[in-house]
Design a protein around this ligand. Structure first.
Ligand code: FES
Length: 114
């Protein structure tokens, strides 16, 4: 069933301390996932400003990865440079908003900063 603009997208997030929350994101939200996480109070240094260059927003997709758009070449290049990246790693700033987020479960990865 398609979501209407009155429905919320449910994104499940495990933070850097292990706390799990389900975020209800308005279906019409236009921010990338890193920006969405910031609006929900998660700390995001985002040194590069969401350009996919710093990996401050590194997360691992625990569920729903098949529904997400493929990573860009820039995202893959940056992930290649960080030691704790895995097959399910993504940069949350490079994940666009949309219905594909509904039911996705992300784990925010620690960085040197946090
Ligand atoms: S904020 Fe820099 S890579 Fe996502």
């Amino acid at each position: 069933m398609a979501l209407t603009s009155f429905d919320a997208i449910q994104l499940k997030v495990q933070d850097r301390n292990g706390e799990i929350r389900i975020l209800n994101i308005p279906a019409e939200a236009e921010y990338n996932v890193m920006e969405v996480l910031k609006t929900f109070g998660y700390k995001m240094r985002a040194t590069c400003g969401g350009m996919g260059l710093c990996a401050d927003c590194h997360c691992k997709v625990l569920e729903g990865s098949d529904d997400l758009p493929d990573p860009t070449d820039q995202e893959l290049e940056t992930l290649d440079e960080i030691p704790d990246a895995a097959f399910n790693s993504r940069l949350s700033c490079q994940i666009k908003p949309g219905q594909h987020l509904n039911g996705v479960y992300l784990h925010l990865m620690p960085t040197d900063y946090y």
